[in-house]
Design a protein around this ligand. Structure first.
Ligand SMILES: Cc1ncc(COP(=O)(O)O)c(C=O)c1O
Length: 418
């Protein structure tokens, strides 16, 4: 690493709260699916800022929209109306079903809205409990870590916010058994991300819907990472249930969005189905920066480009190709790659953690592999100790997908020799 890059790292060591485990990489600029480090080395970005940069980096139309809107109107507060927020809500509703949207600034904050909605919904009947899944991830706010079904995020932050209960994912019987007199909602990710890329089974989704309707509790979905076309459909449940007889009519009661919604401009949101759309009345929920004219203009441009450039089809097509290749690599390098996981551009692979090739280092197998791929010029994201995530921009080209696959093979070969 050059002196310049070391100096930048030193600024972080001296002045930035060390709450993140960062990779040894100082980034400087980017274009499309590529980023460059401070020393001029180029990397193919198969992480897209953890599933954020839907249109890749430095997209000229997004940059123009940002500049244009910044000259017109950046912020006015939610004391007033503006066209962009109304139109964006309309566009989201048109892709899902009758309901309304609330705009926030991040996934964690969007999910806070979900917990409040669940409490408001159950308030009159004394219900407040939200059931979530083990290995889930719902953000780092106080209620977010309480909702998250992983102990590691809660450590040191007692007392944990009350009213959350955890069940094994994809286990309908466990969900049924967990519902009690205090239960107001069930919250799951359509595809668990941080927990290791695990999609919900179609029958689990349909079963949960039926269960929640029968027991009069809200079915809430966290689409922060898996939503916004990352699965190949606008929402992951639309993709998971694509060929299911109930796929056309399935709807959760509420779902949250963030990450890819404005391709890197900070924004979060939730959609709530019509019967519950007015539960959060005036004065009950708010955020200063929610749905600013600037954020909404960018988010609307993102939707326009995704639609115009047929990026959902691109995700499905290249996602299937990548899955096929990774599955073949798992057969060729069983010492290294265990199996492919996920769908569309929310996929990855688990590593053979028991293999001696990962025993030479104290780092987790996922971090070892991500580091080695980085050295070979590809950025990816670990999930837990064993999974490497592939979350590229939705406009990744076929050639770039091939390049990523070739580099993963090269890296697997290197591990195989260890
Ligand atoms: C499923 C899910 N929900 C919520 C969050 C939290 O989002 P944010 O980091 O924008 O608060 C994340 C972030 O990784 C996520 O993957």
């Amino acid at each position: 690493m050059s002196e310049k890059a070391e100096k930048i790292k030193q600024l972080f060591n001296d002045y930035v709260v060390p709450s993140y485990g960062r990779f040894d990489l100082v980034l400087d600029h980017a274009q499309g699916s590529y980023v460059w480090d401070a020393d001029g080395k180029r990397y193919l970005d198969m992480g897209a800022g953890i599933a954020v940069c839907s249109l890749g980096h430095a997209h000229p139309e997004l940059a123009a929209t940002l500049a244009e809107q910044a000259r017109k109107l950046i912020h006015i507060s939610n004391l007033y109306y503006h066209e962009g927020q109304g139109r964006l809500a309309q566009e989201i509703v048109s892709r899902v079903g009758e309901g309304k949207c609330f705009f926030a600034n991040s996934g964690g904050e969007a999910n806070e809205g979900l917990y409040k909605l669940a409490r408001k919904f159950g308030n009159e009947t004394g219900r407040y409990e939200v059931i979530t899944a083990l290995h889930s991830f719902h953000g780092r706010t106080l209620a977010g870590i309480a909702a998250t079904g992983q102990d590691k995020v809660k450590k040191g932050f007692d007392p944990i916010v009350e009213g959350f209960k955890y069940i094994p994912y994809n286990d309908l019987k466990a969900a049924e058994a967990a519902i009690g007199p205090k239960t107001a909602a069930i919250l799951i990710e359509g595809i668990q991300g941080e927990g290791g890329i695990t999609p919900a089974d179609p029958e689990y989704l349909v079963g949960l819907r039926k269960l929640c309707t029968e027991r009069n509790i809200l079915l809430m979905m966290d689409e922060v990472q898996c939503g916004y076309y990352r699965s190949g459909s606008f929402c992951s449940f639309q993709e998971i249930l694509r060929d299911h007889p109930e796929g056309k009519t399935f709807l959760p009661d509420v779902f949250s969005m963030a990450k890819g919604i404005a391709s890197g401009f900070p924004m979060g949101a939730f959609w709530v189905r019509k019967p519950y759309a007015d539960l959060l009345g005036p004065g009950s929920h708010a955020t200063t920066f929610g749905g600013t004219p600037l954020a909404c203009a960018v988010a609307r441009k993102v939707l326009e480009v995704i639609e115009r450039d047929h990026l959902a089809e691109n995700v499905r097509k290249l996602g299937a190709l990548m899955k096929k290749t990774v599955t073949e690599l798992a057969v060729r390098y069983p010492n290294v790659i265990e199996k492919s996981r996920g769908m569309g551009f929310m996929q990855g692979f688990s590593l053979n953690v028991e293999s001696p090739v990962f025993k030479k280092s104290t780092l987790t197998p996922s971090v070892q592999f991500v580091n080695a791929l980085k050295e070979n010029g590809v950025l990816t994201v670990p999930a837990g100790a064993s999974v490497v995530r592939l979350l590229p921009p939705l406009n990744l080209s076929a050639q770039e997908a091939e390049e990523a696959m070739a580099k993963i093979e090269e890296t697997a070969k290197e591990f195989n020799k260890i």
